[in-house]
Design a protein around this ligand. Structure first.
Ligand SMILES: Nc1ncnc2c1ncn2[C@@H]1O[C@H](COP(=O)(O)OP(=O)(O)OP(=O)(O)O)[C@@H](O)[C@H]1O
Length: 261
């Protein structure tokens, strides 16, 4: 079976500082992959390189077995993307925004509008559909972005913190949507800092640390023993054992008398 996403020895640095030192993995279609790592590890950078928004310094990327041709953006028809920062046009209503996105993916205005509205109603955005996005809450914006990433029925989804700002009910619905998409053969590559969600949802977990993949597999495979949680494993593998001490130092400074008193 042709892999959905392949990265082969990808490297990327900024201003001479390496961020991705050597990243390789190959992902089968129909897989939910949780891509995790500390703040600044390079998760968003990886996704932006795969999407062609950044260029790698070295290494190769294949989507559905084909190298990305930046001159020919038709590969983007197969990709859906939820960015980390919700960059949506506040002046537009959800209907206008989603219709525009659908048209950018080659759908007719009519088809995009009908599909977007049907999806919006299911996730509870129906009453707000003709309101400007400027008046939306954080979670409502996130739902708009999720719909925008799916309108053209892509094969591969890249979701950066997809549950950002969602309430507990919406989290459950979106988790189920992810699994349903996977069951229909879609590949979902997402990053999240919510370790219990990643542990529960992912068929495969890839942990990026200091520019390299240091763990890759399903949770049972990468867990050192059956009693550990992904949170604990993450702390162990990234060499972090001082959260209590850091918190204490932080609050000591918050609560100490001002030095110039
Ligand atoms: N355009 C850029 N120019 C310079 N440095 C950048 C640029 N984009 C990212 N970086 C740096 O690359 C590193 C990785 O950033 P990236 O956003 O990929 O991390 P991340 O793993 O997604 O982090 P987070 O979990 O905080 O979202 C960081 O040190 C960041 O400052």
């Amino acid at each position: 079976m042709t892999a959905a996403i392949t990265l082969d020895h990808v490297q990327k640095g900024f201003n001479g500082r390496p961020v991705l030192k050597d990243v390789s993995f190959s992902i089968e279609p129909g897989t939910i992959v949780g891509y995790i790592g500390q703040n600044g590890a390079g998760k968003s950078t990886t996704v932006k390189i795969i999407l062609g928004l950044l260029t790698q310094d070295a290494g190769e990327i294949l989507l559905q077995g084909r190298a990305i041709d930046r001159e020919d953006p038709t590969y983007k028809q197969h990709i859906g993307y939820v960015p980390e920062a919700a960059d949506i046009f506040d002046a537009l209503t959800a209907r206008e925004y989603l219709t525009l996105i659908g048209q950018l993916y080659g759908m007719s205005e009519q088809a995009a509008g009908v599909k977007a509205q049907a999806l919006a109603e299911i996730v509870g955005l129906g009453p707000a559909f003709d309101r400007r996005v400027a008046a939306y809450s954080k979670g409502m914006r996130q739902l708009v972005l999720i719909i925008a990433s799916l309108l053209h029925d892509p094969d591969i989804l890249f979701w950066d913190e997809p549950l950002n700002g969602l309430d507990a009910n919406s989290v459950l619905v979106v988790e189920e949507i992810l699994q349903e998409l996977r069951n229909r053969g879609k590949t979902i590559f997402y990053s999240s800092h919510i370790m219990d969600v990643v542990q529960k949802l992912s068929d495969r977990i890839i942990l990026l640390n200091e520019g390299r993949v240091i763990a890759d597999g399903n949770f049972q495979t990468i867990a050192a023993n059956a009693d550990t949680s992904l949170q604990q494993l993450f702390n162990d593998l990234t060499g972090f054992a001082e959260h209590g001490e850091k918190a204490k130092q932080f609050v000591d400074i918050v609560t100490e008398a001002n030095r110039d008193d």
